[in-house]
Design a protein around this ligand. Structure first.
Ligand code: KG4
Ligand code: ZN
Length: 345
């Protein structure tokens, strides 16, 4: 499909945000809605998959309706329906996929698949209006921490990733240990502003290993746990800590995560020879990470594009990557399935 003036509806339900957007082939956003479920998962201090899936069922149609209303466009005026069908929570993914397929069937419109991780990187192109490929892509979210060699909108080669927790997951769990609210990333980042990042020396897994582009955050999480509780004091709770100690723990933890993410991203650029680095995902909203990446990229003479805050956490605007697939004729049959794990699209 090469005709101009394409406009598509994109649907995003991979985790705990129900989102939709209408975007066109100039990557303009005509309307977008994100319904966050943070309040539903707050008391569990993490996303409960079954609750997420049920909430998507309730919200998906109102979110699509409101998106179309904001875009001032009817279903008939759409050229295709795009949906993120990987990776993510199986039950959550299914809700978006069924909604998209139903619209395609009823309207006789093409269905386009979106890889949620690729879309996180594509957010940098949407926001900057610049060509971003080829680039090193760092995706840091609640479920993923991976580095890719991004050839184009369709081909990403993984260079490294976490062998255990994702960076956002570590932020959420450490925030919970520190008695901070969910989601943990913004809470830690806020508290860390008055903390000393050098107060505690936490581990930085693989950082000195120039052969690996991997991360591991579970040891770091355990180190924070021991710093709070100490061996033999498993029930010690952070509420008993002085506010300054909590701030110092948050800042020291955040610094350790940033050192690893920044160090491996720079190593990936060095190893691949790529001169552009794109960063996306919820953790890319972290102010300290953004500043550290900017410093290091400038020092290394790299072009750095970080998704703007509104496009870091999950949203459907980044699903505009589907325009590239639509243009290339990459449309799906209605037997398309969800892929909770990562597979090649
Ligand atoms: O990309 P996202 O919305 O969902 C997934 O695909 O996982 O990322 C959510 C994650 C959560 O773990 C949240 O704590 C983290 O992003 N996050 C942050 C910040 N804002 C959100 N982490 C660190 N600093 C932040 N400012
Ligand atoms: Zn995400």
């Amino acid at each position: 499909m090469t005709n101009d003036n394409l406009q598509i509806l994109t649907i995003e339900t991979t985790c705990d945000e129900t989102a939709a957007a209408v975007v066109n082939d100039r990557l303009e956003v005509l309307g977008a809605v994100v319904a966050s479920q943070d309040k539903l998962h707050e008391r569990f201090q993490g996303v409960v998959p079954e609750i997420a899936a049920r909430a998507h069922v309730e919200r998906i149609l109102p979110v699509i309706d409101e998106t179309l209303r904001r875009a001032g466009c009817t279903l008939q005026e759409l050229d295709a329906i795009a949906v993120a069908n990987m990776p993510g929570l199986a039950g959550s993914l299914l809700v978006g996929l069924v909604a998209a397929k139903t619209l395609c069937l009823a309207l006789n419109k093409p269905l386009v698949a979106v890889n949620h991780l690729y879309a996180h990187i594509y957010a940098c192109k949407i926001a900057s209006g610049r060509e971003i490929f080829p680039c090193v892509g760092l995706i840091v979210s609640g479920g993923h921490s991976s580095i890719y060699h991004c050839m184009n909108a369709f081909e990403f080669r993984q260079l490294g990733g976490t062998i255990d927790d994702a960076a956002g997951e570590a932020f959420d769990k450490v925030a919970s240990m520190l008695g901070l609210p969910y989601p943990g990333g913004p809470a830690i980042s806020r508290v860390a502003q008055s903390g000393d990042p050098q107060a505690f020396r936490f581990p930085r897994a693989f950082l000195r290993d120039d052969e690996r582009l991997d991360f591991s955050f579970s040891g770091l999480k355990t180190a924070v746990r021991y710093q709070i509780a100490g061996p033999g004091r498993p029930d010690f709770r952070a509420v008993e800590l002085a506010p300054q100690t909590i701030a110092d723990l948050a800042a020291s933890f955040q610094e350790a995560v940033c050192d690893c993410l920044v160090g491996k991203t720079m190593l990936a650029a060095h190893k691949t020879g790529l001169r552009t680095v794109c960063v996306g995902g919820g953790v890319a909203a972290n102010g300290r990470l953004r500043a550290r990446l900017q410093d290091e990229a400038q020092r290394a003479g790299l072009e750095l594009l970080i998704a703007p805050l509104a496009l870091c956490t999950d949203n459907a605007v980044m699903g505009a990557i589907a325009i590239e697939r639509l243009r290339a004729g990459l449309v799906e049959n209605l037997d398309l399935d969800v892929f909770p794990g990562m597979v090649r699209l």
